[in-house]
Each structure stands twice: as C-alpha cells, then as structure tokens.
Design a protein around this ligand. Sequence first.
Ligand SMILES: [Zn+2]
Length: 203
Amino acid sequence: MGTAVYPPPLARLIASLSRLPGLGEKTATRLALHILRRPQAEVAELARTLTDVKEKIRSCSVCFNLTEADPCPLCENHSRESGILCVVEGPGDLLALEKAGGLKGKYHVLQGTLSPIDGVGPKDLRIRELLERLEKEKISEIVLAINPTTEGEATVSFLVEQIKTRRPEIRLTRIAYGIPMGGDLKYMDNWTIKMALDSRRDA
Ligand SMILES: [Zn+2]
C-alpha cells in the first residue's frame, strides 16, 4: 500500500495530513480527496487560515495563553479579580474553565507538566515567570487547576514548595477532583475514589 499511486502533489498532501494526531493514512486520503473536490476559493481560504494561525497566534507575555494581541484580552480585562491567579497546564484547560464560567480571576498557563521521564524540568515550563508574577502582582490566592495525573501531582508539589518558600501568605488552593456528575462509584478507579474522599466537604 502507500500513496505512490497518486500524483505527487496529492501524495504530499496525504503524507502531511497523516502526520496530524489521530489521522491514519486512510482518513488522510479521504480528507485529501475531499479537499480536491472543493471549490478553489474554499481551499485557498483553508490554506490562508492555516498560515494565519501560525503567523498571528503567539503566547501572551504575561499569562502565556494563546493570543493574537499581547497582552491577551484576559490579562487586559481589569474587571477580573486580579488577586486570584489560576494556574493551568495548557490553553485547553483555560478554555474549559472559562467556558464553565466559574472563576473570575487571572490565569497563568504553565505550558505543560513536570515529567523527568520525558526530560521536562522546571525550566521547560513557565514556572520562573509564575514566580516573577508573585513579586509584581498583588496575589492573595493561587488556584492550582492542574490535572490529577502523576506528572500533574509532581508539578503541584513542586509549585507548592516554591510558592510557600517565597510568599507564605498567599492562599494555595486546588480544584477538587472526584466522581464526575452522572458517575457511578462501581466504575471508578481507586485513584478517583481516593481523590473524591480527600476532597469531601460538608453536605
Ligand atoms: Zn495573558
């Protein structure tokens, strides 16, 4: 099998598409043939959108969220509570929290989690920038909204230690994890149940 049967430009498109996560050669071929069938203007628009996103989107120099304007609209929004800083792993987590609309503070995007196995240390994340913000901004609470994975837990421990030694007066909180709405204890893994028990509150 392979794309040798296709004319080179089409084979190249299939090869490019199959490098995208979750796309095998079969799906990539289907997409490439679909693109080929679309009107010229539509394909040109798609190509422009692809280059645009790469040229125009960058990291906010304050919170490191993805943005077109720097600082980003969230950092520039002065109606948000600047005393609360919510630390997340990536832009997707920030978006999920924003969609839920529960927090009106500011954000800091770490751009990953500590993972010694993959060679990701504190210098590879935006931790130094976070600690610098603690000096520059009046922060009273830091919400660690890091996902409860092994790497996430290691990252939280590291951050707690770093923040506590510098600014012990800042309140450190974590979002609670546990049984999701509509979940069933019988089908939960031990870790999830333990987290749910640990984060129990008054009924
Ligand atoms: Zn920002």
